[in-house]
Design a protein around this ligand. Structure first.
Ligand code: HEM
Length: 418
């Protein structure tokens, strides 16, 4: 089989084309069973609880403690149950204005000065959006700068060696110190916010949900750090590719622009699934073509049957959220950006797996999609994005799909008059 890191997406897709929903290949030097296509993923997600566990490195266990993605069994299910209400669709209307208070000024800055590196700008934006919703931190307040700086040190530690060698590196220990400071910051924010009851933040709801949580569900600070990490690169990736595609498909951008103006007048539509069909179609088509996550890893804790094969305990198993996104039977002309396929009924959002599925399906999906919609609407309300340096050349796929080199972006204001 082709080596994983030469052309990861091509290798996985080609594997599924040749061998079907289940095949073996080497991932990062380890024999791994890849599961994909709609049928393969359906089987995987239906049967994973108690049979497959998320495979995280010692570094991830160490830095994130009892965070959701490090838990299994009843503790995991209990933590999900307690986190979900503050992150789910019903909570979204409460977050719309907080998000627009961040995306509006950011889009205005981008329109005035242009953006030197779209991915870097999108990552800064998702950092601010997550801090606003998950911690109640408003851009410009004193905690905003403190949080950004300390979080950055924590993020740097996630790049330390994944095994025992981590203990020999400065960035690992700096990350441990940063984690202590972040936990203290979370506790202080939680105490303040619960008193103020900020309706634009999820924090008060999360604090209440974890007040009487059993130990097995993990402490809220561990979950908060995990949410902040899970939200950042992935959502920045989605926003980046949405804007890249809008810049490259001006007819779609012009159609979406009409909805963006509506969203600025009646922001509540951003949280309603039956509104803004063109913007939502752009979001779905971008998820399909540019799924932010390349692979999710599991380990079989007992023998598992998948795709007609018996997979022994201890085997590494992985799925690529986007492995079924290029199937021409499901998505004709799979490599073309055609958001219209989601408008005319040719394609259904239910066939997209960018947010995973099963026991560990993304809990932040509603919030991530709202962040991306709010950003697109704020940008398109001011003009049409353009890439003066052309399309991204080389791409990296981990930790999330992103251009390898800086991609500049400008917003052409004159077209807002249309
Ligand atoms: C475009 C943005 C995002 C994408 C593409 C994405 C994708 C994913 C995927 C594929 C998984 C499943 C991983 C697995 O199967 O092991 C996942 C899990 C998770 N995501 Fe997201 N995510 C996004 C944004 C967010 C946001 C904004 C949050 C939080 C606010 C979040 C929180 C989580 C958490 C906590 C999990 C672990 C769930 C568990 O283990 O039970 N994600 N995400």
């Amino acid at each position: 089989m082709q080596r994983f890191d030469r052309d990861p997406l091509g290798a996985i897709e080609e594997g599924h084309r040749q061998y079907g929903p289940v095949f073996r290949m080497t991932v990062d030097g380890n024999e791994t069973v890849l599961v994909g296509t709609g049928a393969g993923l359906g089987e995987l997600f239906a049967g994973e609880r108690g049979r497959l566990e998320v495979l995280n490195t010692p570094l991830v266990h160490d830095l994130f403690g009892q965070a959701l993605f490090n838990l299994s069994g009843d503790g995991h299910a209990e933590a999900r149950r307690r986190l979900r209400p503050a992150l789910g669709g019903r909570a979204l209307p409460g977050y719309v204005s907080s998000l627009l208070e961040v995306t509006g000024p950011a889009a205005e800055r981008w329109a005035q000065h242009g953006v030197a590196d779209l991915y870097v700008a999108a990552r800064a934006l998702t950092g601010e959006l997550s801090a606003r919703i998950l911690l109640g931190i408003v851009p410009g307040e004193a905690d905003a700068a403190v949080f950004a700086a300390v979080f950055e040190r924590f993020v740097a530690a996630t790049g330390a060696p994944s095994g025992r060698d981590r203990l020999m590196t400065g960035r690992y220990w700096a990350g441990r110190a940063a984690r202590r400071r972040l936990h203290a910051l979370f506790a202080r924010r939680a105490a303040g916010i619960v008193m103020k009851r900020d309706p634009g933040s999820a924090l008060a709801g999360l604090v209440t949900a974890f007040e009487d949580a059993p130990q097995a569900a993990g402490p809220l600070p561990h979950h908060l750090l995990a949410l902040l990490i899970a939200a950042r690169e992935t959502t920045a990736s989605l926003i980046t590719w949405c804007l890249v595609e809008l810049a490259s498909n001006r007819e779609d951008a012009a159609r979406a622009q009409a909805e963006a103006h509506t969203a600025m007048v009646t922001p509540g539509v951003l949280a309603r699934r039956d509104e803004l069909p063109v913007l939502r179609a752009v979001l779905a088509e971008t998820q399909r073509l540019h799924s932010p996550n390349l692979l999710s890893m599991r380990e079989a804790v007992c023998p598992v049957d998948l795709g007609g094969y018996r997979i022994p305990a201890g085997t590494r198993v992985a799925y690529s959220p986007s492995a079924g996104h290029f199937d021409p039977e499901v998505f004709p002309q799979p490599y073309a950006f055609r958001p219209g396929r989601f408008l005319d009924g040719e394609a259904r959002g239910a066939r997209l797996w960018a947010f995973g599925g099963g026991a560990h399906a993304c809990l932040g999906r509603p919030l991530a999609e709202l962040m991306a919609l709010a950003t697109m609407a704020s940008v398109l309300h001011r003009g049409v994005p353009r890439l003066p340096g052309g399309l991204p050349g080389r791409i990296r796929y981990r930790p999330a799909k992103a251009p390898l080199m800086a991609v500049p972006l400008v917003i052409d204001r004159q077209e807002t008059a249309a």
